[in-house]
Structure formats: structure tokens, C-alpha cells
Design a protein around this ligand. Sequence first.
Ligand SMILES: [Zn+2]
Length: 276
Amino acid sequence: MSISLINFCIKIQKLTIFLLTYDKNNVIFMNMNNIQKLAQAIKSHERIVFFGGAGVSTESGVPDFRSADGIFNNNESAETLLSYSYFKLNPTRFMEFYRTKLFFPDVKPNFAHNYLAKLEKAEKLHAVITQNVDGLHQKAGSGNVIELHGTAHKCFCDLCKEAQPAVVVNEFVNPAELPFCKCGGVIRPAIIMYEEPLDPDVTGRAIRAIAEADMLIIAGTSLRVYPAASYIGYFTGNCLAVINREAIAAKADIVIEGSVGETFKKINIILRERGF
Ligand SMILES: [Zn+2]
């Protein structure tokens, strides 16, 4: 092949990457330098941990109950409606809010979930730590998922603590109907409600995973929810990357303002070109 033909091929390849990575939804281009940097970092690290928030799931159609129209009937905030004291005082209203605003059994994993599962299979990604309760990472095939705020796919009796099949809470046609245990207690979803402590076994696993990671990707979270946000302090690896639609205050090596799924689509294209 002549030199000019090789040069021509390289130009075509660059143009293809440019066109494939152009995001028409963004007014400006996502910073391709940073996308390239993130792709290279993923390629060169072996023990990556992904820390994801609501923004990872909103791209699957799960609304972020905390943001935008985060105030509901009677001026009650999501934080109030999902608190343990509210559940004890008004379990019917709690269950109705949970079933209509938090539990979406038919949502499907998006590109970000699927790509993370692929990275785990390629033995690059060590763990996914999530603030979401929708189980979408497991649906996508991820094995090591640490669910800081519990899961909507399990439930237990609030009184005797006995585990119950998830359908007991989730299957009602009338969302305000209350499921009861044979002991008389209300059966509740295994999510961590506001006012409840996080499970120390789960937080221990999350902190250990972050402490042992050589690269940490924080995505789709404003990092406003504590104590989860403070876990970042345990990271001692050499590459901290942040992907979020809005800028967040975190000292990072790579910052990408944009959609998590779109970012991973671009990363996938770049790394495929490099044989990954
Ligand atoms: Zn019970």
C-alpha cells in the first residue's frame, strides 16, 4: 500500500471517530481530549471501581426522585416521604409513593450498565458501587455490585425482619395497599430509608473496594448524599474520573460533563479502534 493511501485511510478513520463521537444533543462538543484520556485510562488500569448515582439510571427512564420536581403532594419532599418515621406513621402513603415513584420493574439497563458488565468480564472493573435501588447493574450482568441504599428487588418484615419474596411488596394493583407479614408487621422494601443507617457490611465492602482500586470513576451523581460522598476520601489510586451532566465539586484527574451512557459509547468506539 502506498504512503498516500495509508494517510488517506488514517484520515478516514479519524473522520469516522469524529463523526461517531459527535453528540448532536450537546450544544458544544463533549471534550474529546478528556474522552480520549478516559479511554486511555480505562485501557491502562486493571482494578477500576465505578461509583454511580441516579444519573446512571435516569438514562434508562428511572426518574431521579430527588431532583427537578422533587416536591410532591402536600409539599412533602421525597426525603420526608421516604423516611422511616413517615413509613411508621403513614405506611400506606409511603408504599404508594414507593410503588409509583421508586419502583420500576420494567426498566432495562442502558449502554452504561451493559458496558460496565463488559468491563467486569474483561477483568478491568473490580466493583460497581451504586446509590440506586433498581438492580439494573445485575440485570446487565454485573456480578460484584455494592448497593449502598439497598434494593427494591428484596423485601422483609419491618417487625420480625423475616425476608419475604419481593413480589409481596411490588405486585399490588392498588399502590396504596399494604402487605402484611403473618406476625402482623408491615412488609417493606429492602431499601435504606432516610433516617436509617446504612448497612455496615455493605459500606465496609464499598470502602474496601475504593481503597483497593487503581482507578475510580464517579458518574451520574452530584455527590451530595452523605456518607456515600465521603468514601471518595479512601481512594489512593492514580486516576479519579468524573462523568456528570452538571459540574460537581470534586478534585478529579478527568472531568467529563455529559451523559454517562453517551460517554461510554464514545469510549467503546475509541477502545474498539485500539483492539479492546
Ligand atoms: Zn413479620
